[in-house]
Design a protein around this ligand. Structure first.
Ligand code: NGO
Length: 507
């Protein structure tokens, strides 16, 4: 028996965020999922993983519990949802080619990409082409529901290789399941880095076996005096793997030499006077520093970097380096260069907040621009990520009446978070030095994921589009319209988003 024809999803092709390179809707029927629909995937481990992700994401909604995954062979090329690799053209400097093409016709859905990452992004686009109700848990029942994707073709590739989000798990702690939920949400918008701010004055959030008190004592509280918490190494490794399966690289940060009260409180020997300060639960910055003249400080750093590097599959290690008030510029410079060498020794590329641009950086080291003013040292940096606080900090209030958040960099409306370009904003910076963008969320005022989601949505999709879409594909009115259409999907996902008056929200 013919399955009932679903109502076509009008304009779904025009709603994709981030905006693809090109979108061509086709006339006529799209692809209808039936009990016979199978996913045909090139029999390679990473492609099969994407196929299983797709099966789990939409199968239950289509009443199929799990779509079947079968190897794609020449004989099978007839129908179903196909995930296929095509020969890659190596990008500049061997950069990962994250492009994909998605074609939907009544006979088949085909996603073709040079790498599994591109297939994964094609899957996210396909998800956005399907009706928002697929995201409801309740849709995951045995009842068959008619499900269709609109006909057409999407050709797509990202503008930047670094499309990041950052979560401050130090000021308030977010348990691993919360981080996984955030990973799932950012994956929908093709974010490929999750920077975890793992330590600060108020808490140390990662188990270090050679210095156990960092986590058990240094991690025992949070801003406001709450309970705190930390990730065991097992839990952290699981997060790294979970993110990697979604083509997201975890970037761990242990902030130093300042923002270190939690470590200083845990081990007296890290203090110049040998006296451990009390744990700190306020929100001032700049007051703490490691004792840069003591050899034990570098033993400590070596141990921390070694243990974290060993658990982190990605190539990056973030050493913080921001807001140091207690050291001379010469002491600071010496410290950063010494830690940079330790990071290099453990096989990672260093990332640091933009203060580090004033030191002698290795060609592989990355500067994360955050202070709205662009200094001279930033202009000479060879690898830069753009996180200007007055655009990309999602912990800034939306408007003066926003209850959550800070406002030291001003209010960041959705339009401010969207309407900027990293290359023209960072005047004097060499275009080829810009790796991409990152949207940090600091958690001084955010106590749970409900709060985090309120700050991230809808601004995270805005910054995601700044990182993914070409300048000529980005236009505020068009984005605002597409964004409004994502509300029913967030509702289905249970996302606590801010219904800002800047956007006309679809119901
Ligand atoms: C600054 C500061 C953080 C704060 C954040 C709040 C950087 C790099 N250091 O950004 O400690 O949490 O602002 O917006």
């Amino acid at each position: 028996m013919e399955p009932p024809r679903p109502t076509p999803v009008l304009g779904a092709m025009q709603r994709v965020i981030p905006a693809p390179v090109s979108v061509e809707p086709a006339a006529g029927n799209g692809f209808v999922f039936t009990a016979e629909t199978v996913i045909l995937a090139e029999p390679k481990e990473d492609v099969m993983r994407v196929a299983r992700y797709l099966a789990a994401a939409i199968g239950p909604a289509a009443g199929l519990r799990e779509l079947r995954v079968e190897p794609l062979t020449a004989a099978a090329r007839a129908g179903g949802v196909q995930l296929a690799l095509k020969p890659a053209t190596p990008g500049p400097g061997g950069a990962l080619d994250e492009s994909y093409e998605l074609t939907v016709s009544p006979e088949r859905i085909a996603i073709v990409a040079p790498q599994a990452a591109g297939l994964f992004y094609g899957v996210q686009t396909l998800r956005q082409l399907l009706p928002p109700w697929i995201e409801y848990r309740a849709a995951r029942s045995d009842k068959a529901r008619p499900l269709a994707a609109p006909a057409g073709r999407v050709v797509d590739r990202p503008r930047f290789g670094w499309r990041g989000a950052m979560l401050d798990v130090a000021r308030h702690f977010f348990a691993a399941d919360d981080v996984k939920r955030y990973i799932d949400l950012i994956a929908l918008y093709k974010i490929n880095r999750l920077h975890l701010h793992l330590s600060d004055d108020q808490g140390w959030r990662i188990e270090i076996k050679s210095w156990p008190k960092l986590a058990t004592y240094g991690g025992s509280t949070a801003v406001g005096g709450g309970a705190g918490g930390y990730y065991s190494q097992e839990v952290y490794k699981d997060l790294v793997a979970y993110a990697q399966e979604r083509f997201i690289t975890i970037v761990p940060e242990i902030d130093m030499p300042s923002h270190t009260n939690a470590a200083l409180a845990s081990y007296p020997q890290l203090n110049c006077d040998g006296v451990a300060p009390a744990l700190y639960t306020g929100i001032d910055v700049g007051f703490s520093t490691l004792c840069v003249d003591k050899p034990v400080t570098y033993t400590f750093i070596d141990d921390v970097v070694r243990e974290i590097a060993a658990m982190t599959s990605g190539p990056y290690y973030h050493l913080g380096g921001d807001e140091v008030e207690k050291l001379t510029p010469a002491q600071y410079k010496q410290f950063i260069e010494r830690v940079q060498a330790i990071v290099q020794k453990h096989g990672k590329e260093m990332v640091g907040w933009d203060e580090v641009a004033a030191t002698e950086l290795l060609p592989t080291s990355i500067v994360q621009h955050w202070r709205p003013k662009v200094g001279e040292s930033l202009a000479k940096s060879r690898r830069i990520i753009a996180s200007p606080a007055d655009r990309a900090y999602l912990d800034m209030k939306y408007e003066p009446s926003t209850v959550l958040g800070l406002n030291w960099a001003g209010n960041v409306s959705v339009r401010r978070a969207y309407d900027w370009d990293p290359i023209s904003l960072m005047k004097g910076v060499n275009e080829t030095a810009v790796l991409g963008v990152e949207a940090p969320i600091w958690s001084e005022t955010l106590v749970n994921m409900h709060d985090v989601e309120f700050m991230a949505f809808p601004r995270l999709p805005a910054v995601a589009e700044v990182g993914w879409s070409a300048v000529d594909r980005r236009q505020w009115d068009d984005f605002a319209r597409r964004l409004g259409a994502h509300a029913p999907r967030w509702q289905a996902l249970g996302v606590n988003f801010h219904r800002t008056a800047e956007i006309q929200w679809e119901r």
